[in-house]
Design a protein around this ligand. Structure first.
Ligand code: AMP
Ligand code: ZN
Ligand code: FE
Ligand code: FE
Length: 281
C-alpha cells in the first residue's frame, strides 16, 4: 500500500510527523506523503524519519480554496525543498486561518462556551483547524464526539462556525505548479452537492493553470467514485493520486493507507506517478 494524503500534528492530525512515518513503515507502506493543511512545517521531520526507515517520502500539503469554480482542496505533491514563493502564498493562508480561529474563539466565548487557546495544547492559532475546536468542545463535555462538535458548533451553519477567506483554486494550482510541485484536486467527490459536469468544467479550467491530476483513491470516495475520478483524469490527460486523509485520533474511522476497510491504496498509483514525474521534470 501507499498513502499520499495524510495529516500530522503540524496541522490537525494527532500524530507527530515522526509517529506518522513510523506507523506507515510498520504497516509496510511503500510510500508516504505528508499533506498538512496550508503548511510545510512537518515535512523536514517526516522526511528525516522516513530516510532513516527507508520509506519513500513525498513532500506535500493541502490547500483549502474557494472561488467561482467552487470549493476545492488542492493537494501539492513533490514540493521542492526550496519554494519561497509557495511559502509566501501559504503564509497568507496561515494568517487568514489565525484570524478565523481568533474570531471563532470570540464567538465561543460570547456563547458561554468555556474554551480558550489554552485548550489546544500550546498549538499556535495559525495551525488550528476546526477539528481541534470540535475536540476541545468534546473534552469540555459540550458534545459527545468530534462529529457532534461539527454538527452543532463548527461545521457550516454551526453555532460558532465562521467561513474562512481563502485563495481560489486557480491561484493554489498556479502557486504549486510554479514552485515545481505537482497539483491534484483532493477528494473531488467528497462534496456530494457538486455535479460531475461542474467538476469536469473546473478540471478543464484548472488544467490551464497547471493541474496535474485528481485524487481518485480517498476514504471519502466509494468504488464508483474512485472509477469516476480515474475516468475524468483519463479523459483530460491527467494523472490520479490516492491517499486515506488519515488524521489519527481526530478521525478515528480513517485508517492509514486505506481508502476503505480492506481497500488499501495500491502501490501502482505511486509508481505511475514516479514514471510521469520522470517524463515531465
Ligand atoms: P478547517 O481547515 O479549519 O476549515 O478544517 C477543515 C478540517 O475539518 C478538515 O480536516 C476537514 O476534513 C474537517 N471537517 C470538515 N467538515 C467536517 C465534518 N462535518 N466532520 C468532521 N470533520 C470535518
Ligand atoms: Zn484536516
Ligand atoms: Fe481535504
Ligand atoms: Fe486532508
Amino acid at each position: 500500500m501507499i498513502d499520499l494524503h495524510t495529516h500530522s500534528s503540524a496541522s490537525d492530525g494527532s500524530d507527530s510527523p515522526e509517529e506518522l512515518v513510523r506507523k506507515a513503515r510498520a504497516l509496510g507502506a511503500r510510500a508516504l506523503a505528508l499533506t498538512d493543511h496550508d503548511t510545510l512545517d512537518g515535512l523536514n521531520a517526516a522526511e528525516e524519519a522516513a530516510r532513516s526507515l527507508s520509506l519513500d517520502f513525498v513532500r506535500g500539503c493541502e490547500i483549502s480554496t474557494k472561488g467561482a469554480l467552487g470549493t476545492f482542496h488542492i493537494l501539492g505533491l513533490w514540493i521542492p525543498r526550496r519554494c519561497e514563493a509557495l511559502l509566501a502564498f501559504l503564509a497568507e493562508a496561515k494568517k487568514r486561518r489565525a484570524e478565523r480561529n481568533r474570531e471563532m474563539l470570540k464567538k465561543a466565548r460570547a456563547r458561554g462556551l468555556g474554551i480558550s487557546l489554552e485548550d489546544f495544547g500550546g498549538k499556535p492559532l495559525e495551525s488550528l483547524g476546526r477539528p481541534h475546536f470540535a475536540r476541545a468542545l468534546m473534552e469540555k463535555g459540550y458534545v459527545q464526539s468530534i462529529k457532534e462538535g461539527f454538527e452543532k458548533y463548527v461545521g457550516a451553519g454551526g453555532e460558532i462556525y465562521l467561513p474562512k477567506e481563502s485563495a481560489t483554486p486557480e491561484e493554489a494550482v498556479a502557486a504549486l505548479s510554479k514552485s515545481g510541485a505537482k497539483a491534484f484536486i483532493a477528494h473531488p467527490f467528497l462534496n456530494k452537492n457538486r455535479s460531475r459536469a461542474e467538476l469536469e468544467r473546473a478540471v478543464k479550467i484548472l488544467k490551464n493553470f497547471g493541474l496535474n491530476g485528481l485524487e481518485a483513491w480517498h476514504s471519502g470516495h466509494d468504488e464508483a467514485e474512485i472509477r469516476a475520478a480515474a475516468e475524468i483524469a483519463e479523459r483530460n490527460g491527467l494523472q490520479i493520486s490516492g491517499g486515506s486523509d488519515y488524521h489519527g485520533s481526530i478521525k478515528p474511522d480513517i485508517k492509514l493507507g486505506y481508502a476503505a476497510p480492506g481497500l488499501p491504496v495500491p502501490d501502482k498509483i505511486y509508481f505511475n506517478l514516479l514514471e510521469y514525474n520522470k517524463k515531465y521534470s
